[in-house]
Ligand binder design. Structure first.
Ligand code: EPU
Length: 295
């Protein structure tokens, strides 16, 4: 479908390489609008045709079904949605900006506050939608304001005090995150660089990044570590098809090359069953599962 020369809605687009897991089938429709006007056009087209809309960021916390995803998948990957600008000790950034780009930008401005996010591969929009975090902090701590587009085509600015930031969740639902204003503190560039390096090293030492993965698969149950529970069940190294529970961090599942979503889901079911049996703990997925009957 071609409305203007640049705006395209592609049919049957493979999503596999749009996720860090490198797993999954096709989207019925896929679009990367160039700007807000084009985003509005695709969203209203989907609404008019009763087509469900999902937004994919860096696909870093996502398992896509082998059967693919029904409806329209939008990715805000154009320059318009990847703009960053400085506003005093705040920045305004588009939702398609990746966290590594954001960290690089604020580091160069000697602004401190986002160092703890170093090593997370997601986009700002994705990170905000799920309040990504680590080391006891989360991106919600930095937010001053988020701008969203609702499915009726209205743009709204939501102040941080109106947003509920929980553990890997927010109330930013039924809308598309467009941009955010984040607040920082002035800092020394050298100290910021040192801190970023330390966080990356801590992550490399504890997590398994040797093969495509989606980060931690399950949320940590209250005051427990999912990784430790899975480890204590003796499941490290267990594989199904091309999917393997990491030997280094048991809450990581690795795609050894040709893993199917079905392989990952089998491992997830095994983990849930074993952890429930041994510890009476019900593990909840941290990753989003899209498509097929698995959504
Ligand atoms: N542990 C084991 N065996 C394992 C893995 C971990 O015994 O196989 C133990 C560790 O030795 C440590 C404890 O469990 O004593 C906690 O492990 P770790 O420090 O690796 O942190 P985590 O609780 O597994 C959480 C987040 C990570 C985040 C890190 C650092 C969740 C589900 N995970 O992991 O986030 O990077 O803390 O803050 O909240 C993600 O969101 O994708 C993610 C990986």
């Amino acid at each position: 479908m071609n409305w203007q020369r640049s705006l395209e809605i592609k049919r049957n687009q493979s999503l596999k390489n749009k996720t860090t897991f490198k797993i999954g089938g096709k989207a019925d429709f896929f679009s990367e609008p160039n700007d807000l006007a084009e985003l509005n056009l695709v969203v209203s087209w989907a609404k008019k045709n009763s087509i469900p809309v999902s937004v994919v960021g860096a696909g870093s916390n996502l398992l896509i079904s082998d059967k693919g995803v029904r409806g329209l998948v939008i990715r805000l990957n154009s320059a318009y949605f990847r703009n960053i600008s400085l506003k005093g000790s705040c920045i305004e950034a588009g939702s398609g900006v990746t966290l590594p780009q954001l960290i690089q930008f604020v580091k160069n401005k000697s602004l401190s506050g986002s160092e703890f996010l170093a090593g997370i591969p997601g986009t700002l929009g994705g990170a905000l939608a799920m309040n990504a975090g680590c080391w006891g902090k989360s991106i919600g701590d930095l937010v001053r304001e988020v701008e969203v587009l609702d499915y009726a085509g209205n743009i709204k600015k939501i102040r941080s005090k109106e947003i509920k930031f929980g553990y890997r969740k927010t109330n930013l639902k039924n809308c598309i995150i467009l941009s955010a204003v984040l607040k920082f503190k002035r800092g020394g560039r050298e100290a910021i660089i040192r801190s970023i390096k330390e966080y990356i090293l801590k992550r490399r030492n504890s997590q398994d990044l040797t093969f495509p993965n989606a980060g931690c698969i399950f949320k940590n149950p209250k005051s427990l570590s999912a990784g430790r529970l899975i480890d204590l069940c003796g499941l490290k190294g267990k594989s199904m098809g091309g999917a393997l529970i990491s030997d280094k961090h048991a809450n990581f599942i690795l795609n050894k090359g040709d893993a199917k979503a079905g392989d990952v889901l089998k491992l997830m079911r095994l983990i849930k069953t074993r952890v429930r049996k041994r510890f009476k703990v019900n593990l909840e997925p941290e990753i989003k599962i899209w498509g097929g009957t698995q959504r």
